[in-house]
Design a protein around this ligand. Structure first.
Ligand code: GLA
Length: 383
């Protein structure tokens, strides 16, 4: 890697350091983080590596092995106008926010990113770049705030909400910043109380099934769903002024909404919350069959009530569920393309992949790519 780095940024003696931020999957609890819900994400082994070399010039340079172009920023007169290359806006937003929060650094940085995460596939490549950039900047400047990983996650969510313009919840940034090897986490998004829960199903593997379907409308549809939830909450609050967020509504509250679409959206949110609580119990009891059933029920609710799956995710989940070796499958992340996850008996993994890939290809004309996450990954850090 040193050679590639030096070809791009020039040769010198300063050591190159390596940082890493993982991607994440959400095991269950989809589209409820921005509704104050309890979610169960986990960092994965795949992620983004950053090779970092400080320099004396007051310039920030970032390139990636995956695409052309460079994010170039002169610290002395930084230009925070949005860039055309979408990936550059995540680190740019982070720098902007940290500078407004009194982060200071007089030297420069040269950074080369290398990703083992398929970009834009719903595995939180954007949260990974944000958290990675924040971590590098704080570490290089010996800024004490690096110890507060929850603050880092909050900042990165703010970047995504304000600078990038996606009104996401905190789940992704939290999982990337706080991940621990071998552990999934239960995160209460209203209070940010969290606990780690071991996730290592004996004899089963969690497969990540990438539909390779571009998540084109994902951001605008995402903001639309969030707005519907706000509308539903406002309506319910007229009857229940104490109701703080949609996940706290009673199981049948959705019936009280005037509009059929809002009813279905809210029914998803409330039922998904119940499934997460049930999944927590299933994990505690080692009841993997029940856990799988909950995953599948979650997908159906996202398909029919929340309407964020689409043809490709439905095709891959349906094909997965036809395999006897599969305990459960569901889309993960925002939806509208991207990845599904499936819990598959390890000894049948190869046959499963073959069958599902063929069926998926026949149904959609697209190729499926499959990644295995053998264990939950660690959060952001210096390697
Ligand atoms: C995206 C967002 C998260 C979360 C999921 C859906 O990944 O970034 O905050 O809302 O979608 O659960």
């Amino acid at each position: 890697m040193r050679d590639t780095f030096c070809q791009r940024f020039g040769e010198n003696e300063t050591p190159i350091q390596t940082y890493f931020a993982p991607g994440r999957v959400n095991l269950i609890g989809e589209h409820i983080d921005y509704n104050g819900g309890l979610v169960m994400p986990m960092a994965i082994e795949q992620g983004i590596k950053a090779y970092v070399r400080p320099s004396t010039e007051p310039v920030f340079r970032m390139q990636t092995l995956q695409s052309d172009g460079e994010l170039l920023l002169d610290w002395t007169m930084p230009n925070f106008e949005k860039r055309k290359a979408a990936w550059q806006n995540y680190p740019l937003g982070v720098i902007d926010l940290l500078m407004r929060n009194n982060w200071q650094w007089s030297g420069g940085l040269e950074i080369l990113l290398e990703s083992t995460l398929p970009i834009g596939s719903g595995l939180s490549s954007s949260a990974a770049i944000e958290v990675l950039t924040s971590y590098i900047l704080l570490d290089q400047a010996a800024d004490e705030r690096i110890k507060d990983r929850i603050q880092i996650a909050k900042w990165c969510q703010e970047v995504e909400n304000e600078f990038v313009g996606v009104k996401c919840g905190i789940m992704d940034q939290f999982a990337v910043a706080m991940g621990q090897e071998g552990q999934a986490m239960l995160l209460a998004c209203d209070t940010l109380a969290y606990q780690y829960v071991p996730f290592s199903p004996p004899n089963y593997t969690l497969l990540l099934l990438n539909t390779n379907k571009e998540r084109k409308l994902a951001d605008s549809k995402y903001n639309e769903r969030k707005a519907s939830c706000e509308q539903a909450l406002a309506q319910l609050q007229m009857a229940y002024p104490q109701l703080e967020h949609l996940c706290a509504a009673s199981p049948d509250a959705w019936k009280e909404l005037s509009d059929h679409v809002l009813q279905r959206r809210t029914r998803h949110v409330i039922s998904e919350q119940q499934r997460v609580v049930a999944a927590k119990g299933a994990l505690a009891n080692g009841d993997w069959h029940f856990f799988g059933n909950l995953m599948t029920a979650s997908h159906r609710s996202l398909q029919h009530d929340y309407e964020v799956t689409g043809k490709e995710l439905d095709a891959v989940v349906n094909a997965a569920l036809e395999e006897e070796s599969c305990l459960g499958a569901r889309m993960t992340g925002a939806g509208f393309g991207g990845c599904a996850i499936a819990l598959v008996r390890s000894e049948n993994e190869q046959a499963f992949i073959e069958q599902v890939s063929n069926k998926y290809q026949a149904a959609t004309g697209l190729n499926l790519s499959v990644l295995a996450s053998r264990k939950a990954g660690a959060g952001v850090g210096l390697l």
